[in-house]
Design a protein around this ligand. Structure first.
Ligand code: PLP
Length: 408
């Protein structure tokens, strides 16, 4: 029987303090104690259910964390002010000076910049590997390696990590497997497949309305307690705490995630098939031509599809830019970074979200400058959107109208 992440979210039941169908928002940064002794115990971490100060935890953040933990099938979770706040605190919690990280080379640009440029000053080094080649992953491990880091569906190339395969390498060498699941919430459940820690940028599909940044770390109670420890917890001490008002609004959006993901996936599958049939170089995990299509199929919770992200290579940056400007002009989406919005978003990752990656490295990983990354929206009439997008491509000589052949 397959895992049912959306059921797990829906089965949680909590009421507001006056019986409201949504939990009350905890609009306080600090909390009173009836006795001084309880305050002392709370500082020591021995007073379960007591709140101390909202950078440590707050009721609203705990509600959202519990819902995300239910979705990812982990014991608990800690929500953060951003996805980067989740990623950086996890890495700094798990790694000490002298430690080594094995990371996929195709990861979010900010994560890449953090691992490549920022943490070396703490003497933590990273080897970047092709995550789809398990031999390469294994041979990069040294005696100092602490974690393997990757994205289940990578940004922006949509490479798929064999989570079970990587998890068994982690077991063999006693490493922690950290998976960023931002591109594939509900579709893939990394913890069920063997990941130790699952991270999301809530900014994207999970919140889904492009009105906030947010993040989450899902893991064991022990690890989340470590992150929140008042003496040496990276979550607590680096201060990337989510605000309670925001936690309550993200929780309300999370409840419709399953419907949105189904529509994102349905629209993306339709467009990917059409673009590919038109002769465009299209990458989408739902296409049989995707090198890891079978792997994704094996790992996925089938009812949520292959997700809302696809890429198309139109040959040159100039064509990519003209196409994106024209599509925006025709109201087919926005020329914007980020993902998971109701409207289609497109950007050329080589010059935007992955610009932290040097050009030579971009070429090595197959990130060409004519690549457009699409986050497909919730369009009610995707057939019409396709026709209008296709008109733009014909006008710009990316597609040949008569023969449906790619001109590039
Ligand atoms: C956006 C993103 C992040 C960073 O999240 P923020 O909320 O912007 O800090 C990390 N990983 C992936 C895959 C992302 O798309």
């Amino acid at each position: 029987m397959s895992f049912k992440p959306a059921n797990n979210i829906q089965d949680l039941q909590y009421f507001g303090e006056f019986g409201g169908v949504n939990p009350s928002i905890s609009d306080s940064s600090t909390y009173t104690f009836l006795s001084a002794k309880t305050m002392f115990d709370t500082f020591e971490g021995n007073a379960d259910g007591c709140y101390l100060y909202s950078r440590h935890s707050s009721p609203s953040n705990l509600y959202l964390g519990e819902a995300l933990a239910a979705m990812e099938n982990t014991e608990t979770a800690n929500v953060t002010a951003s996805g980067m706040g989740a990623i950086t605190s996890v890495v700094m919690q798990l790694c000490n000076s002298g430690d080594h990280i094995v990371s996929s080379r195709t990861i979010y640009g900010g994560t890449y910049a953090f691992l490549k440029n920022f943490i070396p000053k703490f003497n933590i080094k990273t080897s970047f590997v092709d995550i789809t080649k398990l031999e390469e992953v294994e041979s990069a491990i040294t005696e100092n390696t602490k974690i393997i880091y990757c994205e289940s569906v990578s940004n922006p190339l949509l490479e798929i990590a064999d989570i079970q395969g990587i998890a068994s390498i982690c077991k063999k060498y006693n490493l922690k497997l950290i998976i960023d699941n931002t591109f594939s919430p509900l579709s893939i459940s990394p913890a069920v497949l063997g990941a130790d820690v699952v991270i999301h940028s809530l900014t994207k599909f999970i919140n889904g309305s492009s009105d906030t940044v947010g993040g989450v770390v899902c893991g064991t109670q022990e690890f989340i307690n470590d992150l929140r420890n008042v003496n040496d917890g990276a979550g607590m001490l680096l201060g990337s705490t989510m605000d309670s008002l925001r936690a309550s609004s993200v929780l309300k959006n999370l409840r419709t995630l399953h419907i949105r993901i189904q529509q994102h996936s349905k629209n993306a599958m339709y467009l990917a098939q059409k673009f590919e049939a038109d002769g465009l170089k299209t990458v989408y995990p739902g296409l049989k031509s995707h090198p890891s299509h079978q792997l994704f199929k094996k790992m996925m919770n089938a009812e949520y599809g292959y997700g809302g992200m696809l890429t198309v290579d139109v040959g040159s940056l100039e064509k990519a830019n003209r196409l994106m400007e024209l599509m925006q002009h025709r109201n087919l989406g926005y020329l914007a970074v980020s993902l998971g919005f109701y409207k289609t978003l497109f950007s050329a990752p080589g010059t935007s979200t992955s610009s932290e990656i040097p050009e030579t490295d971009q070429l090595k990983m197959g990130l060409s400058d004519g690549l457009i990354r699409f986050s497909i929206g919730l369009d009610a009439d995707v057939e019409r959107s396709y026709q209008l997008m296709r008109n733009c491509m014909v006008e710009l000589n990316i597609l040949d109208k008569e023969r449906k052949l790619k001109v590039i």
